[in-house]
Design a protein. Sequence first.
Length: 288
Amino acid sequence: MEIVRSVANLKDSLANNSELKMGVVPTMGALHKGHKALLDVARKECKFMVATSFVNPLQFGREADLSSYPRSRDEDMTIFEQAGTDLVWEPSFTDVYPDQFETRVKMGVFAEKLEGIYRPNHFDGVATILCKIFNLIRPHMAYFGQKDWQQTRVVQKLIYDLNFDVELRVIGTVRDTDGLAVSSRNRLLLPEQRSSATKLYKALKVGIHSFQHGELDCDILRKKMLDVLIPDEDVRVEYLSIADAFELVELKKIRGPAVFSGAVWIDKVRLIDNVLCGVDIEGLVDAT
Ligand code: PAF
């Protein structure tokens, strides 16, 4: 496995492999089982696998969130290596954003819904770094996790609107045995906060279960989900949503593919999760 930092070295390393089917797994490091799942699928599907590791300041709102973002560089490199990664791009801030860098990608209204309401400009930052990654690496395939469902929709829109020649693959959420979706931010949870952290998924499941038993009214479904969360004083609900899975528009009644999602705070740790209904993520490329 080769590890490169500068853009010049990245280009040199890619030049020798440009004929091969190339897959990229963009990450911010602090790898977990979810990243491992992305790497495993990418390894199977591509001849040359590139991973990126860069905590992108442009997508963080509050300085505190950026500085507390978990970092585990040595463990990450072992995971990349064991997953059979060919090349890791691990740039410094100035490699990515040299002096006088000022261009930003501005996503449309799509990115202003759900997460975008609470994290303004977050997806513009994600889109900006991904444009760099797609332009420099020119992958055939790019791998993202379902846990950041809205991010996958934003990436699909970015690919379509800016004509990137890359195929998006979405890999299902990986969960710990207690149901908590694996996330880099889980490392910030104290052991005693763990059970509160699992409540969001429990609430989403209550919603889905009730829908599967015939309840289509989203106000009723949202209330049922909220009822799971409210009794736990350690959970602060930021939002609970039932939206069209592709347009991300909040629904009154479920009539087609939908995403049940939410964000909660457990003290200073923000967690998100989602459950899809009526969406075949394997066949997603055709569905969007
Ligand atoms: O999902 C993430 O880890 C980040 O948003 C990404 C896609 C690596 C861009 O920085």
